[in-house]
Design a binder for this molecule. Structure first.
Ligand code: FAD
Ligand code: NAP
Length: 545
């Protein structure tokens, strides 16, 4: 449809990253007839699911919903084996998509983009790789991922540790055998909470260094039956539509809230008696808690839920001191990314698992043999960092990105990320960010958000070609207004509670500006905004020939 431009190193579009975002973007632009190249640091497709191969890694969204919807063939032919598939299966799916759509020929693997610069005179982007190659393109599309730059905290003495060291986000592809080995793990976010029960089963001993206890709910994961799959596939059109209109891109089709059969939370905890809460806890344990509709809206409701949560820990974990150590305090449920687990608290009933509650005395340094805290020295053979990521802005700011007039992205974002719709940045014409800060992204089933962004960008590029337009850029005013709206929507929610220190706020990275980064208005509402912008002739964007 569109005349492709491709002279050696010149492309219509360069896409950085070959995770689910980059793969679908490539497919969409190829279909439009553009010349496209994807540049990917990894040796294959899959992004998150290529890098995060730690024991226990799996998604926490039902796989029938955490999968591409754009191709009826794809969604009908793929058979997920579990409600929430494990990492190997998701990676296999990514590979299947790459094979099926013949994507690999247009992806350059093992190549990291070091810089992207807008050439004012040519109105083109120049993309440089660490290997010294240079590409010129009209559109530079960042599909670099929200959680793709692992964060390893700077701890004194880290380099002196004599054993093997791993990060969950860069797990060796050969796997790691922990049998007969004692292991220390730092971090109890989603990655740590998934890895801890599995490593504890393998290792001689596991020592868990926990700075902040998390609120985690049972996953209730289970195999999918053929009947369920067939039913869901028959209803896929409706399921996908409801996902797109939902808040988080998840409807829990067939599973309901908290993994059980009840669908929506309906009851207000503030209207329950102590006896009713006790009865709910006795019947359903942790899964009773997400049923209450007001815990995300009202701090006193939230505090009641936190009390229930701590009570359930004391019923699950046999050693009272360990139970106390695992109890979150001082921040609300719903402030951090929700975590779900399989046998997390039961793991602390094992003889070979020790909790080090760092609230009782923090890490002082890493030594040759382990971790020294103010509570004492803990020795082990191998150290696992489950310490998360420089989220949302990390991958973009790791590159030297410069827009019109040579303005650095790092300068434009000095006080925190600023975008229009999370799709574009004022001063950076023809550069798009898939699931960029300011979009629902990490607050949603990411594949729903990825597909919506890719479709929007593809439609935009098609519109530009059809109207002989060369440049698109978010206006400063639109960016300003959007960021104000992003803040307004998040303010007053648990996500921005003063006691909350989440990676959504950049609070996990030393020196990172404290700004709430994703858009909390829900994927359905957000989609309506994006569609209205198009209907209003790309309101807030400057388009020029
Ligand atoms: P990614 O998958 O992160 O891909 C980005 C790619 O860009 C990477 O391959 C990276 O190597 C490449 N890249 C980055 N910078 C450069 C550069 N400069 N040069 C070249 N290549 C570069 N989301 C959910 O919705 N549900 C889940 O259950 C869920 N589970 C998760 C579990 C884990 C362990 C993690 C870490 C994240 C999880 N997520 C989940 C979020 C997940 O990141 C997204 O769902 C999704 O996979 C993101 O796809 P993406 O293509 O946008 O980014
Ligand atoms: P994370 O949520 O940021 O957790 C990092 C953990 O490391 C926290 O417990 C943190 O403690 C701790 N930590 C960091 N620096 C430390 C230090 N210097 N000393 C002691 N502890 C330290 O990272 P993550 O667990 O990798 O998860 C990141 C995101 O990836 C998730 O929120 C989710 O979006 C996604 N993910 C999803 C799944 C899934 O279930 N599908 C699995 C893994 C990841 P503090 O809390 O005190 O900072």
């Amino acid at each position: 449809m569109i005349q492709a431009h491709h002279q050696s190193s010149e492309y219509d579009a360069i896409i950085v990253g070959a995770g689910f975002a980059g793969m679908y973007m490539l497919n969409s632009l190829k279909k439009l007839g553009l010349s496209v190249k994807v540049i990917e640091a990894a040796s294959d497709v899959g992004g998150t699911w290529f890098w995060n191969r730690y024991p226990g890694a799996r998604c926490d969204v039902p796989s029938m919903e955490y999968s591409y919807s754009f191709s009826e063939d794809l969604q009908q032919e793929w058979n997920w084996t579990e409600v929430m598939a494990a990492q190997p299966e998701i990676l296999e799916y990514a590979n299947h998509v790459a094979d099926r759509l013949e994507l690999r020929a247009d992806i350059q693997f093992n190549t990291r983009v070091s810089a992207a610069k807008f050439l004012d005179g040519d109105k083109r982007w120049r993309v440089d790789t660490e290997a010294g190659e240079t590409y010129i393109c009209q559109f530079c599309i960042m599909a670099t991922g929200c959680l793709s730059v692992p964060n390893t905290p700077q701890i004194d003495g880290a380099e002196t540790f004599k054993g093997d060291v791993y990060h969950t986000g860069e797990w060796p592809h050969t796997g790691v055998d922990f049998e007969n080995i004692s292991v220390g793990i730092i971090g109890t976010g989603s990655s740590g909470i998934q890895a801890i029960p599995v490593i504890a089963e393998q290792a001689k001993h596991l020592t868990v260094f926990q700075r902040t206890p998390n609120y985690t709910m049972p996953a209730h994961n289970r195999p999918l039956t053929e009947d369920f799959r067939e039913d869901a596939k028959d209803n896929y059109a409706d399921i996908r539509q409801r996902q797109r209109e939902s808040i988080a891109g998840i409807i829990g089709y067939g599973f309901g809230f908290g993994g059980s059969d009840t669908v929506e939370p309906t009851e207000a905890i503030l209207e329950t008696s102590a006896e009713e809460r006790e009865a709910a806890l006795s019947k359903e344990g942790f899964s009773a808690i997400p049923r209450y509709i007001d815990i995300g809206l009202d701090m006193s409701a939230n505090e009641l839920a936190c009390d229930m949560y701590r009570e359930q820990i004391s019923r699950t974990v046999k050693n009272p001191q360990t139970a106390e150590g695992l109890m979150p305090r001082g921040y609300p449920i719903g402030c951090k990314r929700p975590v779900i687990d399989t046998h997390y608290y039961d793991t602390f009933n094992r003889d070979n698992t020790t909790l080090v509650d760092l609230r009782q005395g923090g890490i002082e340094k890493i030594t040759e043999t382990g971790v020294q805290t103010s509570q004492g020295q803990f020795d082990f053979d191998a150290l696992v960092y489950a310490t998360g990521f420089d989220a949302m802005t990390g991958a973009l700011l790791k590159m030297d990105v410069r827009g019109a007039g040579g303005v650095k992205l790092s300068d434009h974002w000095q006080a925190g990320p600023r975008t229009y719709l999370g799709l574009q940045i004022n001063g950076f014409p023809n550069m798009f960010t898939i699931t960029g800060p300011g979009s629902p992204s990490v607050l949603s089933n990411m594949i729903v958000s990825i597909e919506q962004h890719v479709d929007w960008i593809s439609d935009c590029i098609k519109h530009m070609a059809q109207n002989s337009l060369q440049l698109i850029e978010a206006s400063a005013e639109a960016e300003e207004n959007w960021i104000a709206h992003v803040n307004e929507v998040a303010n007053g929610t648990m996500l921005t509670a003063p006691s909350c220190n989440s990676w959504y706020l950049g609070a996990n990275i030393v020196g990172k500006p404290r700004i709430f980064m994703p858009y909390a208005g829900g994927v359905g509402t957000y989609r309506e905004y994006c569609d209205a912008v198009v209907t209003n002739n790309y309101e807030g964007f400057k388009l020029s020939a």
